[in-house]
Ligand binder design. Sequence first.
Ligand code: AMP
Length: 278
Amino acid sequence: MKIFRTKENLTEHLHILRNEGKKIGLVPTMGALHPGHISLVEASKSLCDITVVTIFVNPTQFNNKEDLLKYPKPIEHDQEMLLNAGADILFNPETEEMYQENEGWDYEVGYLNTVLEGAFRPGHYKGVTQIVFKLFDLVKPDYAFFGEKDYQQFLVIKKMNSDLNLGIQLMGCPIVRENDGLAMSSRNVRLNPQEREIAIQIYKSLLFAKANFNNLSLSQLQQEIQQFYKNDLLDLEYFEIVNPDNLKTIDKPHPERAIALVACTVGTTRLIDNMMLP
Ligand code: AMP
């Protein structure tokens, strides 16, 4: 696995590979890798000749300074995981390599930025689209792989890809979970044993919504769901059941397709998860 820290060296190397006709897959991450990230590497390897993984904790997408400061950075562990997974290239730049001071970014994603994560984390998708655009522009991948764990982020990136005619094939990969159902996340390491145990309520509430979607009304479901979060360690930000194509409100009782999306703070750690219904 080749490791690059500068855009120049990465570009030079990719130029050669592209001229050899290699199909390039990009897996953007913020590191602290777990099997969820590795599933994206595997998906890329199955479709592409070269898999480029980026590890960059992107400051512009953090609306909470403390969250950014606390973000884990186990780079040696990450390199080992990527080596074992068979990634071809790791790009791991410093912040100064990716941003100039006071750099602007004008792209507006519209409605998707006004709901759920967009509403609860002001500026988050501005930062996400800014860095993903930079990485797309740098790597010029044929395919890029994203986890459905960050479902709204995937919709945002699909919209940017289409709005700006970037022409990249975007692939969404299923959520990888712990044995008890908790969605894997780099933030899970921050949970103490008590919080880790109660965090399973998020998955249980999603399973309940899935099992009861066809026999309860949306307002009944919402009422029942609140019971799962009656614990001092849990602070539910939202639990919404919406149209999976555009995250808009569902206007008929039991549609064939819907998605439940949830954000919840467990102790001081904010977690998100989702599940397709019914
Ligand atoms: P992050 O490092 O958290 O920015 O995530 C990098 C990529 O990995 C994103 O596309 C995430 O959606 C994806 N990802 C994170 N956790 C999981 C998971 N549990 N299952 C599948 N994909 C994931």
